[in-house]
Design a protein around this ligand. Structure first.
Ligand code: SAM
Length: 341
C-alpha cells in the first residue's frame, strides 16, 4: 500500500487518502528516498541560504501560539531603526549569501514610505529580498513590490478554518489566503507554511494543508513543529512531532517538485545541529540562519530555545559549511529564486 500511495503522489494522480496514508505509515525509508531523488532532479544539490533579520517584536495580533503576541507583558519590545537594518544587511555581505529575509511582528509603526526606502537600499546591494511582516493591504503590498522586494513569506499556519479562528483571534483564514493571492498577482514569489502538532490539529487536516500547498502552487513552504511557549494560554500543550514534520516535507517535495523547502528553525530547535541533514536528505533545500544583532535575539522569542540563538553569524557559517560538505551538498551562489520546471 505504501508503494501505491507513493506511486500516486509521484505521478501526480493522487487523492487526499494517499497523503493521509503516507503521513500515518511508519516505514518512511521509501518516501524519504523518493523525496531525495526528486529534490536532486529538480533543484539540485545546492542549499540556498536565506539570512533572517528580526527587525521588530511589536505585534498587534493575539495568536495563541506565539510568544511575541500583543498581550504578552513579559516581552521587552524593540524596533530596529531603518538605518540599523540597512547597515546590518551591509555588514552581512562578506558572509557571501545573496538572500535576506526581514521579519517582524505585525508592527503598525512602519509606514510604507520608510519600508520602501529600506527595500530600495537593500536591493541596491544586489541581493534578493524577502519580507515577512504579516497581513497588509493590497496597496501596501504593491508599494513593497514596486520598491523591489522579491518575495513575501506569510504562512497560512493551518487550513482547518475552525482551528485557525480559535488560534488567531480577530483574524480570518479567508483574509490570509486573500493576502497570498494578492501577493501572487503582484508578482511576488510567495512563501506559505504550517505548524505541525497544534492542539486540536488532525492528520487529515495536515493532508488538507498539503492539498492546499498543491492547489496554491506556493514558491516556498516552511513546515515547522509547533513549540509551546510558556507565556501563552496553550503553553502547556505538547510540542509537534518532528517525524510528522519530516514526512510532510517529503510528501510536499514529491508533489510540488521544484519549490523551495527550508529546514525550518523550529525543526532544528528540536534536534541537534546535525539534525538538519535528516531533513536535507528527505526533500529540503533551504536553511535560514539568524543574523539578527545579538542584542535583540533574546527578545524575539516566538518559542523557547531557538536553534543556534547564541551563535554569531560568521561562526555559524563555518559550522554550516562543514556540515553541508560532509553530506556532499554545496551552498547556493545565486539569488535563490524558484526556477519553475
Ligand atoms: N507577523 C508575521 C506573520 O504573521 O507572518 C511574521 C512573524 S510570525 C512570529 C512568524 C511565524 O512564527 C508564524 O508564521 C508562525 O508559524 C511561527 N510561530 C509562531 N509561534 C510559534 C510556535 N509556538 N511554534 C512554532 N512556530 C511558531
Amino acid at each position: 500500500m505504501i508503494n501505491q500511495a507513493l506511486l500516486n503522489i509521484v505521478s501526480g494522480n493522487f487523492s487526499k487518502e494517499d497523503i493521509t496514508y503516507l503521513l500515518m505509515h511508519d516505514d518512511d525509508s521509501e518516501l524519504f528516498a523518493a523525496a531525495d531523488r526528486i529534490r536532486k532532479q529538480y533543484v539540485g544539490d545546492e542549499v540556498h541560504i536565506r539570512e533572517i533579520i528580526e527587525i521588530s517584536n511589536y505585534c498587534k495580533q493575539h495568536c495563541l501560539y506565539c510568544g511575541i503576541q500583543a498581550q504578552n507583558k513579559n516581552v521587552v519590545r524593540y524596533r530596529m531603526k531603518p538605518d540599523e537594518i540597512i547597515e546590518r544587511v551591509r555588514w552581512s555581505l562578506p558572509l557571501g549569501y545573496r538572500s535576506v529575509v526581514l521579519q517582524s511582528g505585525e508592527d503598525e509603526a512602519w509606514d510604507d514610505e520608510t519600508v520602501c526606502r529600506i527595500i530600495r537600499e537593500i536591493k541596491a546591494m544586489d541581493i534578493s529580498l524577502t519580507l515577512s511582516f504579516g497581513e497588509k493591504s493590497r496597496e501596501t503590498f504593491r508599494k513593497y513590490r514596486e520598491a523591489g522586494a522579491d518575495r513575501y513569506l506569510l504562512k497560512h499556519e493551518t487550513s482547518d478554518e475552525k482551528l485557525y479562528t480559535y488560534l488567531d483571534p480577530g483574524m480570518t483564514f479567508a483574509n490570509r489566503i486573500k493576502c497570498q493571492k494578492d501577493l501572487k498577482e503582484l508578482g511576488f514569489q510567495v512563501g506559505s507554511g504550517i505548524m505541525i502538532g497544534l492542539p486540536g490539529q488532525t492528520i487529515e487536516s495536515i493532508a488538507d494543508d498539503i492539498m492546499l500547498f498543491f492547489s496554491m502552487d506556493y514558491d516556498m513552504i516552511g513546515i515547522s513543529p509547533f513549540i509551546p511557549h510558556g507565556d501563552t494560554i496553550i503553553g502547556a500543550s505538547k510540542k509537534g512531532d518532528p517525524a510528522i514534520v519530516r514526512k510532510t516535507v517529503a510528501i510536499t517535495r514529491i508533489m510540488l517538485k521544484d519549490i523551495h523547502l527550508p529546514v525550518t528553525t523550529a525543526y532544528s530547535t528540536l534536534s541537534d545541529f546535525e539534525g538538519k541533514l535528516e531533513m536535507l536528505s528527505s526533500g529540503a533545500n533551504v536553511i535560514m540562519p539568524n543574523i539578527t544583532p545579538m542584542e535583540y535575539r533574546d527578545k524575539y522569542v516566538i518559542y523557547p530555545d531557538k536553534d543556534s540563538k547564541d551563535i554569531e553569524p560568521f561562526e555559524y557559517k563555518k559550522k554550516l559549511e562543514a556540515l553541508l560538505k560532509s553530506a556532499g551538498r554545496t551552498i547556493g551562489t545565486t539569488y535563490g529564486h524558484r526556477i519553475k520546471k
